[in-house]
Write a protein that binds this ligand. Sequence first.
Ligand SMILES: [Zn+2]
Length: 455
Amino acid sequence: MAWILRLVKIGAEGEGPCTDVMEINRPDDLADIATLGLTLAEAKLLLAGVQRKIVAAQARDHAVRRPECPHCDGVCHVKDYRDHAVATLFGQVTLRLPRFRCAACGGIEAGIGWPPHCRSTPELDRIQAHLSALMTYRTAADVLGQLFPVDVGKHHETLRRHALKVGEALGECAVIRPETAASAIVVTLDSTFIRSCAEGGRHLEVRVGNVETASGGRQVFGAVAKTSTPIAELIGRNLDAVGRTEDTALTAFTDGCPGLRRSLADAGVATPPMLDWFHIAMRLQHLKQIAGALSADDPARVAAKAVIVEEVERLHWRIWNGKATDAQISIDRIRAVMHHFQGEPDQRRSTAPSRKLWTALQALDGYLTGQSAWLVDYAERHRAGLRVGTAITEGTANFLVNRRMNKSQQMRWSRRGADLLLQVRCALYNGTLGSGFGQKFQPANDTYPQMAIAA
Ligand SMILES: [Zn+2]
């Protein structure tokens, strides 16, 4: 069996000429499941064929037009023809397009509204950016080449260039304010690090965060420090995008970094930010794990371990209930019995739990002292149904940055490259990239940060 795919142009004056795109052959029987319907290779050929024919027809129609001169209303004549090679999602097309000259003033007019030096369609750029936001440039190039008849522009460097171009354009978009104002917005700001590709520079600081309204509106944002994306402005844009007005009550959470607090203040968040419970919970969780691993090989150690485990629980309770000033009591009680673990041997692959506990305790002590002004009664907030920390359960930083720019993947980044790709990644999750799929945040999945509370 064979099919001919034929394109027929329908114009105002009825059916126009038709043209054959391709022939598809199939066996007469269904003996082999692999011959059922179109194959991917055929579908790609088909798409590329249709694309070429349609573009050629569009170019022919364009060439018979005689545009009016934009400068003097004179009539334009064809001056000469130029070839334009344009990469599309369905293959590269070459158009022979006229350039026009005004008979009256001599002005040159192309008659097309394309951006200068345009070599690809916006749809291809956007799909390339979309895939690049989710996977490495190489993998994205591979996926694109597997599924679409892209013959040029599938080199990973091209994908990178287009992704960064889209990232740059996103920063220049005007904020679209929602119709309804938000009565309250919670903003969370956090920071993480990625590896730098610059010589001598080991890490780049990345600031990430999210804004949320009570009705479930949510946006994530991020920026690499010291780039053309100022974080305070970015926070402001995101607050506006979820409906901030002068009357909106703003609540902020941070990981405790003074720089982040300054950025929040610069963005117009007047009330002092609270220390995100998520960050405290992570430290307490760490402490609990170490305490549980202490050796209990003699009665004295059994008793000491029981004291420590209990005091770590109490420490958790105290901080959760806004009694962080009493944390010192627990820390002192733990220190008082730690001598029982002197000489505890290092384990096969790591240092002794008692030494780890000592280090973690010192760190927590310093952290609580430094952050005391920003600790609140988390239990009280929780009972009142208020947020105690970051709403994206695994942490915005991990969610936005680490999954694509992960340190463990040995990826190295330029400051600008990481920043612009992060803009694409945020837009993708916010549903503002414009490719119509990929939006993650709906009011329905606006759940309470269970993990942060349970830890
Ligand atoms: Zn003219």
